[in-house]
Design a protein around this ligand. Structure first.
Ligand code: HAM
Length: 427
C-alpha cells in the first residue's frame, strides 16, 4: 500500500466527539458576542505580507520568524494570517467603515497560522475567537471588553476563580518612545549581559527584550525601568479610570508592569488572561488584547480609537476539563429494521422524524439487519434514547415496537402517530 503523506506538523484534524466541544465553545462565544452587540466579520486567510509588516510590526517574532509567507503566482508576497486584527483594520479602512457607522463592533472566529515550535497548546494552525471595536476611546470601553471576556469564559464553563487577569498600560505613542529611550539607556549600561537576540532588539525594538524568556535577561529585567511609572499624568489617570470601571463591574485583576504583549500596534491598556483550569501547562495564556488607537490611521484611515482581543480556542479547550463526549448530542432514535423490506418501510418513517429535527440513526447494512441483538448494542453505544424495531409483524399491523433504552420499557406506537409519540417519550 502506498503511504499517505502525513498532515502538516502542528496542524490538526478535529474529530468527533472532540468537535462537539469546539461547537459548544463557538456557540457560547457567539452568544456572548451577540449580547454585546458585535457582528461577525469574515475576512480571507491570505493577505499581502506588507499588511502584517506594517501593523503587527517588522521586528516582532510573529513577522520575523513565524509567518507562512510566499510569493503567489503573480509574484506578490502573501502571508497566511498570523492573527486577525490586521485584516479587520484593513477591511475597516478599505471599506471606509467610519462613513457607514460611528461605532463598529466586529467579531471573528477562525484559523490563524504561525510557524512556532509545536507543543501542547501551541500549534501552527490554531483558532481564535476575536473581537475588534472601533470608534470608542473611553476607559469604560476597556473595562467592558474585559468584563465581556470574563463572561464568555464563565459561559464556556471556566470557573471565575481559575482566571488571572493582568493589565498594563503602554500610554500614548509618544510615551512609548520616551520609555523606549529609557530602556535603551538601561540596556546599554548592561550590554555585557545581553544575548544575541536581545542585542539585535536593542537596536530595533527594545520593548521586546522585556518579553525575553532567557533566565539572565529575566533577572536583568527585574531592574529595568517600569513603564507605568514613566507615563504622563493623563495616561495614568486614564488607566486609573479603567481600574475604577472594572471595580464597578466586579472584575478582579492584577497590574503587571512588565506586560508588553508581542505585537507592535498596542497603545494604552493591554491585557491578558491566564487560567489554571484543566491541562494547559506552560501555555496557559488563553487570551490577550488591548487598545490600538494609532493603527487605523497608520494604515491610511482617519484617526480612530480601537480595542480588541483574541481568545485561543485550542488553549481554552484544554482548560475545559469535561471530555468531548459530554458535549456530544446523543442519538434520539435508532431504527432497527429486521430485513431489507423492513428497511424500505422504515426509511420514510425515519425521514419524517429527521425533517422534524429529531436526531436519528438507521441501520442499512444487510448483514446487520438480521441481528437484532447487534443492532440494539449499536443503539446503546450511540447512547440512543429510543430504538424502533421493525419486522414483518410491525409492517402488517402498522404498529411499531419502540424500546425506551434508558428505562428498559417497551411500547407499541402506531406509525401514523410517530412524531408526536416520539416527542412525548423524549421529553
Ligand atoms: P495574541 O496574544 O498573539 O494576540 O494571540 C491571542 C491568543 O491566541 C493567545 O493568548 C493564545 O491563546 C492564542 N495563540 C497565539 N498563538 C498561538 C499558537 N501558536 N497556538 C495556539 N494558540 C495560540 C492576537 O493575536 C491579537 N490579534 C489580539 C488582539 C485583537 N489585540 C487586539 N485585537
Amino acid at each position: 500500500m502506498p503511504d499517505v503523506p502525513p498532515g502538516v506538523k502542528g496542524m490538526n484534524d478535529i474529530f468527533a466527539p472532540e468537535v462537539s466541544k469546539w461547537q459548544f465553545l463557538e456557540e457560547k462565544a457567539r452568544g456572548v458576542l451577540d449580547a454585546f452587540a458585535y457582528r461577525e466579520l469574515r475576512t480571507p486567510v491570505l493577505e499581502y505580507t506588507s499588511l502584517f509588516v506594517r501593523s503587527v510590526g517588522e521586528v516582532t517574532d510573529v513577522v520575523e520568524k513565524q509567518m507562512y509567507t510566499f510569493d503567489d503566482r503573480d509574484g506578490r508576497s502573501v502571508s497566511l494570517r498570523p492573527e486577525g486584527t490586521a485584516s479587520a483594520v484593513r477591511a475597516y479602512v478599505e471599506r471606509a467603515q467610519w462613513n457607514k457607522e460611528p461605532v463598529t463592533r466586529w467579531y471573528y472566529l477562525g484559523p490563524m497560522f504561525r510557524h512556532e515550535r509545536a507543543q501542547r497548546g501551541r500549534l501552527r494552525q490554531f483558532h481564535q475567537v476575536g473581537a475588534e471595536w472601533f470608534g470608542v476611546d473611553q476607559p469604560s470601553a476597556d473595562a467592558e471588553m474585559i468584563a465581556m471576556l470574563v463572561a464568555m469564559l464563565e459561559e464556556i464553563g471556566l470557573p471565575r476563580d481559575s482566571l488571572q487577569i493582568t493589565l498594563n498600560s503602554l500610554g500614548e505613542p509618544g510615551e512609548r518612545t520616551a520609555y523606549r529611550d529609557a530602556l535603551v539607556a538601561f540596556y546599554r549600561d548592561h550590554r555585557d549581559k545581553l544575548d544575541e537576540d536581545s542585542l539585535r532588539r536593542l537596536e530595533t525594538n527594545p520593548l521586546r527584550i522585556l518579553d525575553s524568556k532567557s533566565p539572565e535577561i529575566v533577572a536583568l529585567n527585574q531592574n529595568a525601568p517600569v513603564l507605568l511609572e514613566t507615563l504622563s499624568d493623563e495616561s495614568r489617570s486614564r488607566f486609573h479610570r479603567v481600574e475604577e470601571r472594572l471595580a464597578d463591574l466586579r472584575i478582579g485583576y492584577t497590574v503587571d508592569q512588565r506586560l508588553v504583549r508581542g505585537l507592535d500596534y498596542y497603545t494604552a491598556t493591554i491585557f491578558e488572561i491566564k487560567t489554571d483550569a484543566g491541562e494547559l501547562g506552560a501555555q496557559n495564556t488563553i487570551c490577550g488584547g488591548g487598545r490600538y488607537d494609532g493603527l487605523v490611521a497608520s494604515l491610511g484611515g482617519p484617526k480612530t480609537p480601537a480595542i480588541g482581543f483574541a481568545l485561543g480556542v485550542e488553549r481554552t479547550l484544554l482548560a475545559m476539563t469535561e471530555p468531548g463526549e459530554s458535549y456530544e448530542p446523543a442519538i434520539s432514535v435508532f431504527f432497527a429494521p429486521m430485513d431489507p423490506a423492513a428497511l424500505a418501510y422504515a426509511l420514510p418513517l425515519a425521514h419524517r422524524l429527521r425533517v422534524a429535527g429529531i436526531r436519528v440513526e438507521i441501520e442499512h447494512r444487510p448483514a446487520s439487519l438480521k441481528n437484532l441483538g447487534n443492532q440494539l448494542k449499536r443503539a446503546d453505544k450511540l447512547r440512543a434514547r429510543l430504538a424502533v424495531i421493525i419486522g414483518g409483524n410491525e409492517m402488517a399491523s402498522g404498529k411499531l415496537t419502540v424500546k425506551d433504552l434508558a428505562h428498559g420499557t417497551q411500547f407499541e406506537i402506531p406509525a401514523t402517530d410517530l412524531e408526536s409519540k416520539v416527542r412525548q417519550l423524549l421529553d
